[in-house]
Structures are given as structure tokens and as C-alpha cells.
Design a protein around this ligand. Structure first.
Ligand code: EPU
Length: 438
């Protein structure tokens, strides 16, 4: 049964919250631990569903995982991993896309891997063809089973030039986790350069990997025979920080996001300032607030790093419903990330979505049937509604809209938000939100 959150909106969110390690780094660093035998220690680990899922997957592979929630410290001892029962792994299908990243480390440590059908948020098609091609390039062979894919490497894994058709975050991670112990040199071109990837590279370097990063999206990896355990503090979650910043803007609030780091958020901060949001960077976090007066409409295009990241888009769209004039948002990373605007329209927002590219970036979705541009006319007074959470970021955005709206909204399926927002109910209450969970 899903929980329903009753939100009595119209109150500015005010106060301080703390953001821990990045959802899009921590699970990958957990997978990297598999490359060694001894105990790795990861700190600043948030208590989110994605961490639970990867912990369960690791345990199924015979890995010892010990998480202290209060300290946010995770100890992972792989020892000699073993192949789990595919039925067990398959039971986790639909919960996460991380299992595909187990392939490289398991092929190195065990000689085989099993990947269930993959879950994650339903945004666009979210295929895994780049991952499969990368694995094939290294010499992996896959066979289909009723529960998913069985992968082996009969001749071992061998480094080689790899070129991604698009700078995919996951496929870059797949290449890194496979190349670090493959024979010879891998030169990866058109790689993703997200801060979470650079943090994963830092983890791998601590383990003994040899990786160099060029400014032109090239990553060069020299394979080594053995890696050892790491000790690492995960970078803060810049998506969560940006989500709370947008919530401050949409609700006319004032939120100090402890743990947020400027260097990972410069593009977001530029847009925040142009829209009319105020922020103050401090040593221990960033304060975000609505300075009063009108917000300014804006033109935004999502892109791979260092562009405006797609996961900041949905919360910003809610803030833009409160800006004066016409805002234009061009989503160039996912083909279908405006589904969440249906519910916003139901709350009174004036948003239209288009198949055309409304922006200057060349985009893969332009001449196809994808509604990947949006025009938002503001400001509007949002009204309360009953909403179903569609996915992680869309769901958080609905929550922000409900908090900004006058009246009582009911938001159902909020479990999805736990995938990436640690203790978000406690944080909402700390910020003075008038909410009840039933
Ligand atoms: N793509 C393919 N084939 C592939 C892989 C990707 O066509 O094999 C396409 C995707 O469909 C998408 C684009 O390439 O259009 C970019 O996808 P990418 O591989 O970069 O995304 P990902 O690794 O699956 C991660 C984050 C996402 C975040 C994206 C982009 C994790 C667990 N997920 O996904 O985070 O939006 O990078 O930055 O790291 C979220 O946190 O809510 C979330 C969805």
C-alpha cells in the first residue's frame, strides 16, 4: 500500500537542512568496492532506498555490508564474492539500474555476472545499449535467461579504444569499472565528466587504479592486476541541494542547505541568480532564498556537465511557474522528462510542451515524436490537488508545487521520493511544512 502525504500548502519553507552524499555517486562507489577483497569504508552515505538496494545486491553476492545510519558510514567487505541465485536478484528488478554496473567488477573477481531486467525512474526509454556495447568491446559475452542476462568473458577482459555515441554517465562508469582491471590500456572518448564521475575516479585511484582525464572528454585507463580497499567521503548530493533551493524559491522561503558545495553547482547557481533567487555561499553550505519582488522568466537548456543538469530541471520548472513572463525549457538529455507537467497544469500552471527543439543546442530528439521542450507562462497562483508521484524528481517537484499551492493537496506514492531524498519528511517538518503522512 502506498502512503499519502497531506500537504497544507502556502507556507514558505524556512530553516536549515543537511544534505549528505550524492545518490548518483554512493551506489557506484559501493560497486567499486567489489574490485578489492578487503574492507572499504565509505562515509557521508545517505539513508536512501538506492543505497539499501545496492546493499542487498552486494549481500546476495556474499559481500559483507555494514551501515551505520547515524554516522553515515558504510563498511563493505567483499572477500571472495559468489554468484547469487538469479531468482533472488531478479526480485530486485524494477528497483534500480545499478545492477548493470556490477558486470565489470564481477567479471574480474568471479569470471561471470548476472544482470536482471533493469528498473530506475521511468523517464524516456532509458535503454542500456551503450553499456552492452562497452562490455562487448572488452570481450564480454552475454546470453539471455528467463530472469535476465548471464555475462561471461571466456578470453578475459581486454582494454581498447571505446567511443560512446553520447556522453552517458552510466556507460562512462561501466567503462571505468571494467577498464581498471582489464589487460592493457583503454582510451574512452566522448565520456561523461559529471562531478560524480570524477569522484568515482578518485575512489578508483585510491584503490590503485591508473586513470587520467583530459579536458576533451577523453579518459585514459591503464589496467592493473590488483586493486585494494578504499577509504572515501562521498561528495555531497548537488541534485538534492538544487531541489531544496528550488523549493525555497517556489514557496518564497529561505533554506540553508548545509553540506551543499558551490563548485559542483556553478551552472545551477548562475540560473538561480538570473531567475531572481538569492544565495550566499558559506564554508559549510549554501543559503538559498526568495528575496521578495518578482522572479524573472528564463530560458534553460539541460545538458551533460558542465551544462545545466537534467535532474535540476523539474524543481526549477515549478519555481518558473512563479516567474513573470514566458520561460522556455529545452530538455536535451532525456526524451520524455516533461510528463510531470500534467499534474502541474492540473494545479493551475500554464505550461505547454512541444516536440520541437526550443533552444540553441543540437539535440537528438528534435525531429522525432518527443515532447521535450516546454513553455511556461507565469506567475500563476497554484491551487491544491490530488497527485500521484510519477518518478523521483518529478515527484519531488509535485511536492514543491503542493507546498507552494494554497489549500490542501494529497500526494500519493511518496515512497518513490525515498529513492533519492534522505529523511525528506523530517526535513520538511524542520522547514516548517504543514504535512501529515497517512
Ligand atoms: N542512453 C542510451 N543508452 C544507454 C545509456 C544511456 O541511449 O545505454 C541515453 C539515455 O536514454 C539518456 C542519455 O543517454 O537519454 C543519458 O543517460 P545516462 O546514461 O547519462 O544516464 P544514467 O547513467 O542512466 C544517471 C543518473 C540520472 C541522471 C543521468 C544524467 C544515476 C543512478 N542516475 O543516469 O539520475 O539523470 O545520469 O545525468 O546516476 C536521478 O537521479 O533522478 C536520475 C535519473
Amino acid at each position: 500500500m502506498t502512503s499519502v502525504l497531506e500537504v497544507r500548502g502556502g507556507k514558505p519553507l524556512k530553516g536549515e537542512i543537511f544534505v549528505r552524499g550524492a545518490k548518483n555517486l554512493v551506489p557506484k562507489a559501493m560497486v567499486a568496492a567489489l574490485l578489492a577483497e578487503e574492507t572499504s569504508t565509505l562515509r557521508n552515505v545517505p539513508a536512501i532506498r538506492d543505497v539499501e538496494v545496492v546493499s542487498e545486491l552486494l549481500k546476495m553476492h556474499g559481500v559483507d555490508v555494514d551501515y551505520s545510519q547515524e554516522e553515515g558510514e558504510l563498511k563493505i567487505t567483499p572477500g571472495s564474492p559468489e554468484l547469487p541465485d538469479p531468482v533472488q536478484v531478479d526480485a530486485l528488478a524494477g528497483s534500480s539500474r545499478i545492477p548493470i554496473l556490477f558486470c565489470g567488477p564481477l567479471l574480474h573477481r568471479l569470471g561471470e555476472a548476472f544482470v536482471p531486467d533493469l528498473g530506475g525512474c521511468h523517464i524516456g526509454d532509458r535503454p542500456v545499449d551503450f553499456h552492452l556495447k562497452v562490455l562487448e568491446d572488452f570481450g564480454a559475452v552475454r546470453t539471455s535467461t528467463p530472469y535476465g542476462m548471464h555475462i561471461t568473458a571466456p578470453r578475459g577482459l581486454k582494454g581498447r579504444p571505446v567511443r560512446l555515441p553520447y556522453p552517458s554517465v552510466g556507460a562512462t562508469e561501466q567503462t571505468l569499472l571494467t577498464a581498471v582491471m582489464a589487460r592493457g590500456i583503454t582510451e574512452l572518448s566522448n565520456a561523461a565528466m559529471e562531478p560524480e564521475i570524477l569522484d568515482l575516479i578518485a575512489v578508483l585511484q585510491k584503490m590503485g587504479a591508473i586513470i587520467s582525464v583530459e579536458m576533451d572528454r577523453t579518459i585514459r585507463i591503464e589496467g592493473v592486476d590488483k586493486l585494494h580497499a578504499y577509504n572515501h567521503t562521498a561528495m555531497p548530493d548537488r541534485i538534492e541541494a538544487g531541489s531544496w533551493a528550488s523549493a525555497a524559491l517556489a514557496t518564497k522561503g529561505d533554506i540553508f542547505v548545509k553540506g551543499a558545495e558551490q563548485k559542483d553547482m556553478t551552472t545551477y547557481l548562475n540560473h538561480y541568480r538570473k531567475i531572481g533567487g538569492a544565495f550566499d555561499v558559506r564554508d559549510d553550505g549554501i543559503r538559498f532564498w526568495h528575496p521578495g519582488g518578482e522572479l524573472t522568466a528564463a530560458v534553460l537548456e539541460t545538458d551533460v556537465h558542465p551544462g545545466l543538469m537534467t535532474d535540476w530541471q523539474q524543481p526549477l520548472v515549478v519555481a518558473l511557474t512563479q516567474a513573470t513572463g514566458l520561460s522556455i525549457v529545452h530538455e536535451t538529455v532525456y526524451d520524455n522528462r516533461f510528463g510531470f507537467t500534467d499534474a502541474l497544469r492540473g494545479m493551475g500552471a500554464n505550461i505547454q510542451v512541444y516536440r520541437e527543439c526550443l533552444g540553441g543546442l543540437s539535440c537528438r530528439f528534435g525531429r522525432q515524436n518527443f515532447y521535450h521542450s516546454a513553455v511556461i507562462q507565469g506567475p500563476v497562483k497554484l491551487k491544491a490537488a490530488d497527485i500521484d508521484v510519477p518518478d523521483l524528481r518529478g515527484g519531488f517537484s509535485h511536492l514543491i508545487a503542493a507546498l507552494a499551492a494554497e489549500g490542501t493537496s494529497h500526494v500519493s506514492g511518496i515512497e518513490l521520493i525515498n529513492r533519492g531524498y534522505e529523511h525528506f519528511m523530517t526535513k520538511l517538518e524542520k522547514l516548517g511544512a504543514d504535512v501529515t503522512l497517512s
